[in-house]
Design a binder for this molecule. Sequence first.
Ligand code: ADP
Ligand code: MG
Length: 572
Amino acid sequence: MRESSVARSPRSRPRKARTEPLPPMRLGAGLQVLAALLWLPQAALIALVIGDLAGQGRAPEDFGLNAATSALAVAILGIVRALLDGYAGRLCFRRARQILSERRAKAAKALAARSPLDSGRPASGVAASILGEQGEAIVPYLSRYRPARLKAVIVPLAIVLAVFPVSWAAAIVLLIAAPLIPVFMALIGWRAQAASEAQLAGLGSMNGFLLDRLRGLATIRAMGAVDRTAKRLRQEAETLRTRTMAVLRIAFLSSAVLELFAALGVAMVAVYIGFHLLGQLPFGAWGGRLSLGEGLFVLLLAPAFFEPLRDLSSIWHDRAAGEAALKALDDLSAMDVAVLNADADDQRKGARAPAPAVRLENLAFAHAGAEQAAIEEFSLSIEAGEKIAFFGPSGSGKSTLLALIAGLAPADRGCVRISEQSLDETNAGSLRRQIAWIGQTPHIFAGDLISNVTLHRPWIGADNAQRALAAAGLSHILEGRDGHLGEGGSGLSGGEALRVALARLTADPRISLILADEPTAHLDSQTAKDIADHLLAFAKGRTLIVATHDPLLAHRMDRIVYLPKSAMRAVA
Ligand code: ADP
Ligand code: MG
């Protein structure tokens, strides 16, 4: 027994999803800040020119400019600002899409690597909804919210620093008005986050519900449960509506709060400057009096001070939706039980390895959360090229055993040796290349028959698929209806669906070990015999392990290994 297969972390405790730190969007956000800061020289020039026209304060000539060049400079700065802002926005958007694609790919990969024995796998509808629809919420969050947040930190600060040397009183008014905004936003933000998470959860569960019911539409109709299903759907839709309205309410509330404070702040500065210029409030300008130009400069900067905060508020709910979506994607990436060496992705054609001998040494395995072990101290030696049946009642651990042999989950103890190689995290992928699995209910994808056989495995050509289909006795379907199949194999009988599965296996020239999990269950005896004939014919020169409770099939193998019901092997 190898050390590595002994020391395993307990699986009963689900692993927590780690939330990955987000990569920064420095360039895009930085350029947006720069664009916003260009308003400072623009405002200064405007104030200078207008102050000069009124004959007050310093003239543009003091800075080597005249009225015309100042106007030109204002226009040029405006254009540069717009271009910079547009370019930075595009940059942020592109980066955000790239990050979303990476996260999606990671989640999809993790989903694919999850063991079929992991009963905690998310429902396919929920996973599809998170990967597809909800994931999109990350883009506005990253491309708009995060640059806006940086802007909201830097720009008001820069403006206060510019206003302060002109008028400390105006700077103080701005400084007092500003912190109120983040405080209220944070208070609202907590509610928004919770509401947004509830809304996303509602969306996911509704999508999952819809997908499951659509799949089972025939059953629902046959059982006369259409009305009840429609009622449930209506309820789910109503819940989702309430949750969406809650999110929108909070979004509106937060912008209203912010607009209020921003308007108050600007009004207070305007009132102060106005009365100051009229001589009513003579303090606040470092001893002297503000000129018209200086007053105008402060007035022009006041709305710009609040603008980044207002931008931030208008996209405030993007943050909640984006963070909820990120969390959902990260949760999808979390795993309880993973397929061994799942990232090994061998697309080469490769020749067939000789039929392997399979040795199971003291194998033990308990499903996550199960009270008793499904497999306990199981040892068995299977010769190269042997045909063997795992025979036993339902629940005796046959499927689990096959999954362990294929490395679809790591064993708790003991080891699996295929051709003398101990199956582990480093070699399971390449060993699996020669293993084929056939179950009792193969999934048939909507589409044509040929790609249902090749499954887009690049090393299997259409000619391989055609030959395999002919050998499986499915040529008539290939010719009959253009080889088109419906979702879930509608239009195929159970026997035909299994023949498609057989063709998938026989089309792959690399296979030398076949694992068949109850391949003939649910079939009539004639079809079961045909399938078994075909399987045995293909298994010549290969190793075949069949899990079955069908004595007829079991007796056609070289050897039968009886597995008693696991309840009889309860853990003491
Ligand atoms: P068989 O294929 O012989 O019918 P299985 O290998 O499917 O038996 O199951 C063996 C035992 O493990 C059963 O008691 C079953 O309830 C349990 N089991 C199977 N799959 C899971 C799972 N994903 N999570 C928890 N328990 C499981
Ligand atoms: Mg089974």
